[in-house]
Design a binder for this molecule. Structure first.
Ligand code: PLP
Length: 469
């Protein structure tokens, strides 16, 4: 492709992109395709000869789009949102254009220095201790792996990195509602998933502190070595809020590492109202939060903050000859995480923070929390529905609970309801199980959501629920 064609098609694509956003509600959110439908449309061999941009772009529209789930549709309420926004998308175009590898200061000084600055901006706004230092990773899963790795290395006096394990008795504690990335991290760094204790939860879905403490005490009385507690601010199923402050005290009492997984709900800590949940954060060791979930920034963008960043770097740094840099006393972020090559993620975060301002971001979060609260009140009032968990932040958990009808197969009925709703293409919902109860999850967190979308979604939920009993 020549530069003039890049310019021509670039403009064409931006036209298409802005139309996509305008028309996004006309696409069925969840595609109506079966496994293999898309795959079979691709030739079995890679094209030998070059093809025109028009041909490729036409195939994008013809083959790819019909199999896309439209995550940015304002009626998408499944899983957790994966926000984007106009400034973030534009920044992604620049990131792709620069194509810079941002692994060390030398390989892109602006990327390193902007990363340091935006990470510090958000550290202050979230109310994290000023002495902590942060880095931008692709995902929270990576932050949690780095956190446990640092915990393990500090506990073993940095011997496991060098000599491997000679004991495998480290135990890690988290709640049974914690995200699966915790178990994955435990497996990846070789602690063994049987050494992950999943602590029971209270009615409000927070970790049961008494059970946590008694598990630690019990392990201390055997030859296990309690290593770390991973608490969650905003669990995936219900946005349950662990008692971070109390957990910090327990971690301190028994000299355990404390990592806070705030991947989803961390954004809410920008709001003063929620800062009390982490007032003891200076006692914790690390914190992870994803602007790519609920802070207007395209995937991927996950912030990992460490109290002891020197230990983080000591656990991960390697300097082969070909990567020896001219400067030593600067941040070489390749040593703050797992992968070597790094995207220029700070740029999109910078665009987002400046385009909205912290005030604008707070307004955005408050709007979603208010929408969720209002809808949960309506659901609670409806005699055919019930809330299945306390309404936290912008999440609603509920189920269809038809009045005067047989309640013996409510789980099946709710599965059926979700399936039928999703089939309309006008809404997308997902579920969790709370104990044995199938619960519909509805986080209100789309960048483009307005009150009318919530009203429309709730109307549709009621309509379809009527049709299945
Ligand atoms: N932690 C929590 C609480 C989550 O909800 C999720 C994903 O939804 C994760 C961690 C994993 O996030 P990531 O995809 O960034 O690894």
């Amino acid at each position: 492709m020549k530069n003039k064609d890049f310019n021509k098609y670039g403009h064409k694509l931006v036209d298409w992109m802005s139309n996509y956003f305008k028309e996004i509600e006309n696409y069925p959110i969840k595609p109506n395709v079966k496994p293999g439908d898309i795959y079979k449309q691709f030739p079995s061999k890679a094209p030998l000869n070059k093809e025109s941009f028009e041909t490729i772009f036409n195939d994008f529209k013809k083959i790819i789009l019909p199999g896309i789930t439209h995550w940015q549709n304002p009626n998408f309420h499944a899983f957790f949102p994966a926000n984007n926004s106009y400034p973030s998308v534009l920044a992604e175009m620049l990131i792709a254009t620069l194509g810079a590898q941002c692994m060390m200061w030398d390989t892109s000084p602006s990327a390193t220095e902007l990363e340091e600055r935006v990470v510090d901006w958000l550290k202050d706004e979230l109310g994290l201790p000023s002495s902590w230092k942060g880095v931008i990773n692709d995902t929270a899963s990576i932050g949690t792996i780095c956190s446990l790795l640092t915990a393990r290395e500090i506990k073993s006096n940095f011997s496991i990195n060098k000599s491997g394990y000679n004991t495998n008795k480290y135990t890690v504690y988290t709640s049974k509602e914690a995200h699966s990335s915790v178990e994955k991290a435990v497996k990846i760094i070789g602690l063994g998933s049987k050494n992950l204790k999943k602590i029971t939860t209270n009615k409000d879905m927070s970790m049961n502190i008494e059970s946590l403490e008694s598990n630690i005490k019990q392990d201390l009385s055997t030859n296990s070595i309690p290593l770390a507690i991973i608490s969650t601010f905003g669990t995936t199923g219900t946005v349950g809020l662990d008692s971070i402050n109390k957990i910090s005290l327990i971690a301190k009492k028994y000299s355990l590492w404390h990592h806070i997984d705030a991947a989803y709900a961390g954004s809410a800590l920008l709001l003063n109202k929620y800062k009390k949940y982490v007032k003891n954060i200076n006692l914790a060791d690390s914190f992870v939060f994803n602007p790519h979930k609920w802070m207007l920034t395209n995937f991927d963008c996950s912030l990992y903050y460490a109290k002891n960043h020197e230990a983080l770097v000591k656990s991960l740094e390697i300097y082969p000859e070909y990567l020896k840099s001219s400067e030593k006393k600067i941040n070489n972020y390749k040593d703050w995480s797992i992968q070597l090559g790094r995207r220029f993620r700070a740029l999109k975060l910078w665009f987002v923070i400046r385009s909205y301002g912290i005030k604008g971001i707070k307004k955005y979060l408050k709007k979603h929390i208010k929408y969720a609260k209002n809808l949960s009140i309506e659901i609670d009032k409806d005699k055919n529905f019930e809330l299945t968990a306390p309404q936290n932040l912008n999440m609603i958990n509920f189920r269809f609970y038809p009045k005067n009808k047989d309640k013996s197969n409510l789980n099946d009925i709710n599965h059926k309801l979700i399936k039928k709703l999703n089939k309309t293409g006008k809404i997308y919902l997902s579920h969790t199980k709370i104990d044995d109860i199938v619960s519909i999850r509805m986080p209100i967190g789309s960048t483009y959501i307005k009150r009318k979308h919530i009203e429309k979604s709730w109307k549709l939920i009621k309509e379809i629920s009527n049709s299945i009993i």
